[in-house]
Design a protein around this ligand. Structure first.
Ligand code: ADP
Ligand code: MG
Length: 403
C-alpha cells in the first residue's frame, strides 16, 4: 500500500488529487454536532494542499436514496473543513455534473474543493458492477490521483471506495494508516486483560464480531440495545426493549462457548426502564425507573444500564490493559439515559489501559458528553469498519488501495 508520504515525495504539485474522505458527521438540521471526522482528515487535505495539489474532497453523508436531497448536503461539512484549514474551500452542488467539473477546473495549485454527497448518485452504492463502474468513470475524470482516507467507509463496496482507486494511481491517507495501525495492535499483540464493551442499536451488525472476539478477548461487557437480546437468551422478560428475537439462539451459543473458553461475559444487573422512548428533540424529562435486569415489566422498555451495572462495569474495566468499546450503553442523546455511557467513558478515561473507542455514535458520545479525547488511546472514525476489521474480514476499501 503506497503511503501519502511516498506520494508527496513523488510530487503532487499541479496534480488533481481526489481524496475519498469520511465527512459523514452527525447533523442537527445544518449544524454539525460533532466534527471529529472532519478534523481527522484535515491533516491529509492540508498536506496535499501545502504540496501544491489541487484537492478534490468527496464523501457520503447519511443515507439519501441515490438522488439529491438537501437534508443530506455536504455543504455544512465543506464549510467546517474550510474553517479548520483556515482557507477558502469551494463547494460543488453536484457530484460529477457541471458544478463539480467547473469547481475542479477552477482550482489552482494548493486549493481545495468539496463535491456534493456521493450518494446523491445511485451509482455510488449500486450492487451492479457496471453501474458503479460508470459512476467511477465519471469521478475519475475529475482527478489524476486518488487518496483513500475515508476509514469509516472502507468496509463498503462502493464506487468511490473500490472502483475509483482501480482507475487512478492511488495511495492511503494518514488517517487510514493510523486506524489500521491501532486495529492491528488489537488483533496481533494485545496487552491483557483485554476487555471489550459492546452496545448501541445495530444489534445484528454487531453480533458477528462476538464470534471472533470470543477467541481474542478475556472479558466482554454488553450494554445498550444489544443487552436485551442477551437477557432474553438467559430466559428473562425484556418487555418492549430492543430485541433481535431471531438472534437469541446464536446468542445462547455465544454464552455457552464463552463458558467453555473461559471468557467472562458481563451483562447488566439492573436497567433504567420507561413506558416509552424519550423525546430526543424536546428532551422532556423521561422519569425512568430502575429495575433488576431479570424484572423488566412486560409493558416497558430498557433504555440505559442502571446504577449497579455502572459500578460493576467500571470495576470490570479498572484492571484491563486493553479496552475496545463500540456502542453507547443507553440512549445517551437524552440526559436521563446518558449516565451508563458516561460511566463507561469515565472508567476508560481514568484507566491506564490502551483504550480504543469505535463507532460513529460512540465517538460522538464521548465528545458530546464532554470527555477530553486525549483521555483515550484512540477514538476511531469507523464503527462498522473497525468491527469488520476485528472480525478478520477483508475490507474492500483497504484491498483496493493495495498496489
Ligand atoms: P455506533 O454508531 O457507536 O456504532 P450504534 O449506531 O450501533 O452505535 O448505536 C447508537 C445508538 O444506540 C444511539 O443512537 C443510542 O440512542 C442507541 N441505543 C443505545 N441503547 C439503546 C437502547 N437500550 N434502546 C434503544 N436504543 C439504544
Ligand atoms: Mg451509529
Amino acid at each position: 500500500m503506497k503511503t501519502i508520504d511516498e506520494l508527496l515525495a513523488e510530487g503532487v504539485a499541479g496534480k488533481r488529487v481526489f481524496v475519498r474522505a469520511d465527512l459523514n458527521v452527525p447533523l442537527d438540521g445544518t449544524t454539525i454536532t460533532d466534527d471529529g471526522r472532519i478534523r481527522a482528515v484535515r491533516p491529509t487535505v492540508s498536506a496535499l494542499a501545502a504540496a501544491g495539489a489541487r484537492v478534490v474532497v468527496a464523501s457520503h453523508l447519511g443515507r439519501p436514496k441515490g438522488a439529491p436531497d438537501p437534508a443530506f448536503s455536504l455543504a455544512p461539512a465543506a464549510a467546517r473543513l474550510g474553517e479548520l484549514l483556515g482557507s477558502e474551500v469551494a463547494f460543488a452542488t453536484d457530484t460529477v455534473g457541471e458544478s463539480a467539473r467547473a469547481a475542479v477546473a477552477a482550482l489552482t495549485d494548493g486549493q481545495v474543493a468539496v463535491i456534493e454527497n456521493l450518494r446523491f448518485n445511485a451509482g455510488e452504492t449500486s450492487k451492479d458492477d457496471a453501474e458503479r463502474g460508470a459512476f467511477a468513470d465519471q469521478l475519475a475524470e475529475l482527478a489524476d490521483l486518488y487518496v483513500g482516507d475515508g476509514f469509516g467507509a472502507v468496509h463498503r463496496k462502493h464506487a468511490s471506495v473500490v472502483d475509483l482507486p482501480a482507475r487512478l494511481p492511488h495511495a492511503a491517507g494518514g488517517l487510514i494508516a493510523t486506524e489500521v495501525g491501532v486495529l492491528k495492535k488489537l488483533t496481533e499483540d494485545v496487552a491483557r486483560p483485554y476487555a471489550v464493551v459492546l452496545g448501541g442499536a445495530k444489534v445484528s451488525d454487531k453480533l458477528g464480531v462476538i464470534d471472533h472476539l470470543l477467541e481474542k478477548a478475556d472479558r466482554i461487557l454488553i450494554g445498550g440495545g444489544m443487552a436485551y437480546t442477551f437477557l432474553k437468551a438467559q430466559g428473562h422478560e425484556v418487555g418492549i426493549s430492543l430485541l433481535q428475537e431471531d438472534q437469541v439462539p446464536a446468542v445462547q451459543g455465544y454464552l455457552k462457548r464463552a463458558e467453555e473458553l473461559g471468557v467472562e461475559f458481563v451483562l447488566p444487573v439492573d436497567v433504567l426502564v420507561a413506558h416509552e422512548f424519550p423525546d430526543l428533540k424536546t428532551k422532556a424529562p423521561a422519569h425512568p425507573t430502575t429495575v433488576a435486569a431479570d424484572a423488566i415489566p412486560a409493558d416497558q422498555e430498557g433504555l440505559d444500564i442502571g446504577p449497579a451495572t455502572r459500578e460493576l462495569y467500571a470495576a470490570k474495566l479498572a484492571d484491563a490493559a486493553t479496552v475496545f468499546w463500540n456502542g453507547p450503553m443507553g440512549v445517551f442523546e437524552h440526559p436521563d439515559y446518558a449516565e451508563g455511557t458516561k460511566a463507561v467513558a469515565q472508567a476508560l478515561a481514568d484507566s491506564p489501559a490502551f483504550s480504543v473507542v469505535g463507532g460513529g455514535d460512540s465517538a460522538a458520545a464521548v465528545r458530546i458528553l464532554g470527555f477530553d479525547e486525549n483521555a483515550f488511546g484512540h477514538i476511531s472514525t469507523g464503527g462498522g469498519a473497525s468491527l469488520e476489521y476485528l472480525e478478520g474480514k477483508t475490507l474492500p476499501g483497504l484491498a483496493a488501495l493495495e498496489d
